[in-house]
Design a protein around this ligand. Structure first.
Ligand SMILES: NC(=O)c1ccc[n+]([C@@H]2O[C@H](COP(=O)([O-])OP(=O)(O)OC[C@H]3O[C@@H](n4cnc5c(N)ncnc54)[C@H](OP(=O)(O)O)[C@@H]3O)[C@@H](O)[C@H]2O)c1
Length: 314
C-alpha cells in the first residue's frame, strides 16, 4: 500500500511517500481500517522531530498521523461493536503506526462511529483536538454552566473545539488569537476576543474560572493572575507550578490526551446535534505531507488541516 513513513527522526524531509506492507489484524480486538482522510496535528511533527522520544517508544520505519476517518475492512475475533463496512473515526496510540496510509490497524476501544453529518475529510479533523478539549474542560477542569473560561490559541485545532464545547455548556468564553481570526472566533460563539499581538490578555480577562493553556512558558506564567480564587489552569504543554497554584489558592493541571472511543461517540453526538463543527482550513493530498507539516510547524493553522488519503472523500 502507499504510505508516508519515517526511517529516522528529523525535519520534514524524512517523510517518505513510499510502498509499505499492508498491516494485518493481529490481536483479537484489532480493527483494520481503510483510511479515507487523516487529520494533521502538532503531535505529528513533534513525533517526527523526535521531541517526544522520552515518552513514546517508536519502531522504524514508522507511519505517523494518528487522527483518521475511514471504513472498517476487517475485524479481529474479539471485536463486538464494529463490522466490515462501518464508517468510523479514531485517534490512536501515537507509539504505534498511524494513519498516513491507505490502511491502518486500531484497537476497538479507540474507535467510534463517524459523525453522520460529516464527510470523512471533516470527520478526520475532529478526533485528537476535540478529545483534548473535552478531556481538558470536562474531565480535568470540571467546567460548570455559566463559568468564565479563557481559551488561548482559540483559532487553533484544540482551541476552536474548546470554544464550542464551552459555549455548549453555556460558559462565558474569552479567547485569544490574532485579529485575522476574530471573525471565526465570533462565529464560533466567543463572547470576548483578544488580539494577543496588540493587547495583553491579563489587562482584559479578569475573574476567570478556567484557563486553557495550549501554549505554555510565558503565556502560562502570565495566566495565573487572571484566575479567581478556586480557579483552574489546565495546560496541554507543561505541568503548572504546584507551589504557585497553592500560593494563589487555585489549581493547576497538565493534560495528556488519552485515546477514548466512548468519548469520541459522545463528541459525534454533539456534532450531529449541530452544537460542534470542525473548521477545516486546508485539505491536501497525502503526498503533500511535507508541506502540511511545515505549515503546522509555523504555528498559525486556522482550525484544522487534513490529508486526503483514499477517495471518495467528499
Ligand atoms: N497534552 C496533550 O495531550 C496535547 C493534545 C493536543 C495538543 N497538544 C498541544 O497543544 C498545542 C496546540 O495544539 P493545536 O492543535 O491547537 O495547535 P494549532 O492548531 O497548530 O494552533 C495554531 C493556532 O495557535 C494560535 N496562536 C499561535 N500563537 C499564539 C499566541 N501567542 N496566542 C494566542 N494564539 C496563538 C494561532 O492563531 P494566530 O494565527 O491568530 O496566531 C493558530 O490559530 C500544540 O503544542 C499541541 O502539541 C497537546
Amino acid at each position: 500500500m502507499k504510505a508516508i513513513r519515517i526511517h529516522k527522526y528529523g525535519g520534514p524531509e524524512v517523510l517518505q511517500y513510499e510502498n509499505a506492507p499492508r498491516p494485518k489484524v493481529a490481536a483479537a480486538t484489532d480493527v483494520l481500517i481503510r483510511v479515507h482522510a487523516a487529520g494533521v496535528n502538532p503531535t505529528d511533527w513533534k513525533v517526527r522531530e523526535g521531541y517526544l522520544r522520552d515518552f513514546l517508544v517508536h519502531k522504524f520505519p514508522l507511519i505517523p498521523g494518528w487522527d483518521l476517518s475511514g471504513v472498517v475492512e476487517e475485524v479481529g475475533p474479539g471485536v463486538s461493536r464494529f463490522k466490515r463496512g462501518d464508517e468510523v473515526y479514531s485517534v490512536s496510540d501515537p507509539s504505534r503506526d498511524g494513519a498516513y496510509a491507505k490502511y491502518t490497524v486500531v484497537h476497538e476501544s479507540e474507535i467510534a462511529f463517524k459523525p453522520k453529518s460529516l464527510h470523512h475529510v471533516h470527520a478526520a479533523a475532529v478526533p485528537l483536538a476535540a478529545l483534548t478539549a473535552w478531556q481538558a474542560l470536562f474531565d480535568t477542569a470540571q467546567l460548570q454552566t455559566g463559568e468564565r473560561v479563557l481559551i488561548h490559541a482559540a483559532s487553533g485545532g484544540v482551541g476552536h473545539f474548546a470554544v464550542q464545547l464551552a459555549k455548549w455548556k453555556d460558559a462565558h468564553v474569552i479567547a485569544t488569537a490574532s485579529k485575522n481570526n476574530h471573525c471565526m472566533l465570533h462565529e464560533l460563539g466567543v463572547d470576548q476576543a483578544i488580539d494577543y499581538t496588540t493587547q495583553r490578555f491579563e489587562d482584559v480577562a479578569r475573574n476567570v474560572d478556567i484557563v486553557l493553556d495550549p501554549i505554555g512558558s510565558k503565556i502560562q506564567e502570565r495566566s495565573w493572575k487572571v484566575l479567581k480564587k478556586g480557579g483552574r489552569l489546565v495546560s496541554l504543554l507543561q505541568p503548572p507550578s504546584a507551589a504557585k497554584a497553592k500560593a494563589l489558592g487555585v489549581r493547576g493541571a497538565f493534560v495528556r490526551t488519552q485515546p477514548n472511543g466512548a468519548q469520541l461517540a459522545e463528541i459525534a453526538a454533539v456534532i450531529d446535534s449541530g452544537n460542534l463543527k470542525p473548521v477545516v482550513s486546508r485539505i491536501l493530498p497525502l503526498s503533500e505531507v511535507r508541506r502540511a507539516h511545515k505549515l503546522s510547524q509555523d504555528g498559525h493553522t486556522r482550525g484544522k488541516m487534513v490529508l486526503r488519503v483514499n477517495g471518495p472523500t467528499l
